[in-house]
Ligand binder design. Structure first.
Ligand SMILES: Nc1nc2c(ncn2[C@@H]2O[C@H](COP(=O)(O)OP(=O)(O)OP(=O)(O)O)[C@@H](O)[C@H]2O)c(=O)[nH]1
Length: 266
């Protein structure tokens, strides 16, 4: 079984239909979301990306000898999260990334974890999150201690890892696979059909968007209630881009790099 990027993954050959897992990567600009995504998908560290580019990539993975069709949404929020339902209602798990050399990105990761917790509370549907302190190779410029990262993760009950998109691939792959394991556990836990009580008699009194009630960033999302709904709205389908490798001559006349379509190199 091979990924869309041509590399067969370890343990391929299983016959059962692959589980489908959607993974969204969140975090402040510059935290390293794209670099981690590219490292995971291509084993390469590429340094510069278009900060406004948001895309979703698919990869055939094998996690614990089980096939997984993994979709990765590399998000690009402006400074404050906006239009969050594109990933809140789509993802089965989240990687929340901060750069350990940036206090601001660490504080922003806390806002994202808060947003995920509120969404889970409002929708009664929790999707696991992993907190990643990125740029471990730059620990000499550290502004966030490992203990602070672990404490924040503990506050929201999520796993915590310090990683680097430019060090070993296996460590980055391990984190993505941990996210798949967490999502798989949640999906299996929720796979038992739950009774759905639908009533049209009583409509909920109008409620302001959750974030307005909690003073969070201007990120609103549809809250899913089982009252007065005739049917559950289809889960938002993210734009799925199967990225094909394309060859491009590096500007620095180095040997030709095999680059991924969609990652604009400055
Ligand atoms: N040293 C080091 N630099 C990194 C690492 N990860 C990302 N970078 C660099 O940090 C800068 C931002 O990385 P991106 O992957 O573009 O960050 P992003 O979170 O996707 O940012 P936006 O695309 O603006 O949303 C780039 O110059 C990367 O080369 C890392 O692990 N170590």
């Amino acid at each position: 079984m091979s990924s869309v990027f041509g590399k067969p993954r370890v343990g391929s050959g299983s016959q059962s239909a692959p589980l489908e897992v959607n993974l969204a990567i969140l975090g402040r600009r510059g935290a390293g979301k794209s670099a981690l995504t590219v490292k995971f998908l291509t084993r390469r560290f590429i340094s510069e990306y278009d900060p406004n580019l948001e895309d979703t990539y698919s990869s055939e993975e094998t996690v614990d000898h089980q096939p997984v069709h993994l979709r990765v949404m590399d998000t690009a929020d402006p400074d404050t999260p906006r239009n969050c339902e594109r990933y809140l209602n789509w993802a089965h798990a989240f990687l929340v990334v901060y750069s350990m050399d940036s206090r601001q990105s660490f504080e922003d990761s806390s806002s994202y974890l808060e947003l995920l917790a509120l969404h889970a509370k409002e929708t009664q549907r929790s999707s696991p999150a992993l907190l990643l302190g990125n740029k471990l190779d730059m620990a000499q410029y550290r502004q966030v201690t490992k203990a602070e990262g672990a404490a924040l993760a503990g506050k929201f009950g999520c796993l915590f890892f310090e990683v680097s998109a430019c060090l070993d691939f296996e460590h980055v792959q391990h984190v993505f696979h941990e996210a798949v394991r967490e999502a798989r556990r949640e999906l299996e836990k929720n796979s038992l059909p739950r009774p759905l009580f639908i009533s049209e008699e009583r409509a909920l009194p109008h409620q302001a968007p959750l974030t307005a009630r909690h003073g969070l960033a201007s990120c609103t999302f549809n809250t899913l209630s089982t009252v007065s709904l005739k049917e559950i709205p289809a889960v938002a389908q993210a734009k799925l881009v199967t990225v094909k490798a394309s060859r491009a001559q590096s500007k620095r006349k180095a040997p030709t790099l095999t680059l991924l379509k969609g990652f604009k190199i400055f």
